[in-house]
Design a protein around this ligand. Structure first.
Ligand code: PNS
Length: 164
């Protein structure tokens, strides 16, 4: 049986941490679909389309990314998963503090769709503290983004925030 995994998130914006989880997922599943949640579009810095474009750019030329597709969704994640015939949801867990929220979300999704399982993956140690919200704060104050996000994302953040 072919296993299709959905990797959902806000990806506002995608970071090196997300890319690390994504690469790991490609080693475990036949097909991985990155899906950008656009439910709270108004509170995001990047539009859904911008987030998709940044992800596409980050994956360009990566040998491990050939079985990855990218899309976006609104509404309930499990409905999107079932529509795409994905049997697994991937979530990255960086530290214990992530786990309570992730555990609640996984159990909720399991109750809504018992046929869809959540798999938690750990990123490499060097990415355990990176989050999109920290990255946005660094960008806001004009800090160095080199070790947090790929160059295209850093450029996009710079043009969003300008030079503070
Ligand atoms: O990157 P994030 O913001 O931690 O991702 C959270 C996300 C988008 C995966 C989660 O909020 C979600 O699945 N939203 C869609 C609505 C939904 O299905 N909610 C029920 C699951 S608790």
């Amino acid at each position: 049986m072919k296993h299709v995994a959905l990797y959902p998130g806000s990806f506002d914006p995608i970071t090196f941490g997300h890319l690390d989880i994504l690469e790991r997922a490609t080693n475990l599943f036949d097909k991985v679909i990155v899906t950008v949640a656009v439910n709270k579009e108004k509170s995001a810095v990047f539009t859904g389309e911008e987030r998709l474009a940044l992800i596409h750019e980050c994956l360009e030329g990566k040998s491990w990314a050939k079985n990855i597709t990218v899309n976006k969704f609104t509404g309930l994640l499990v409905n999107h998963a079932q529509k795409l015939k994905a049997d697994t949801l991937i979530r990255g867990v960086r530290q214990i503090s992530d786990f309570e929220y992730e555990f609640r979300m996984a159990l909720t999704n399991k109750r809504l769709a018992p046929d869809v399982d959540t798999v938690f993956l750990m990123p490499d140690e060097e990415f355990t503290f990176i989050s999109a919200s920290l990255v946005k704060e660094i960008a806001y104050w004009g800090g160095d983004l080199t070790s947090f996000v790929p160059d295209n994302v850093a450029e996009a953040l710079k043009s969003k925030y300008g030079n503070k």
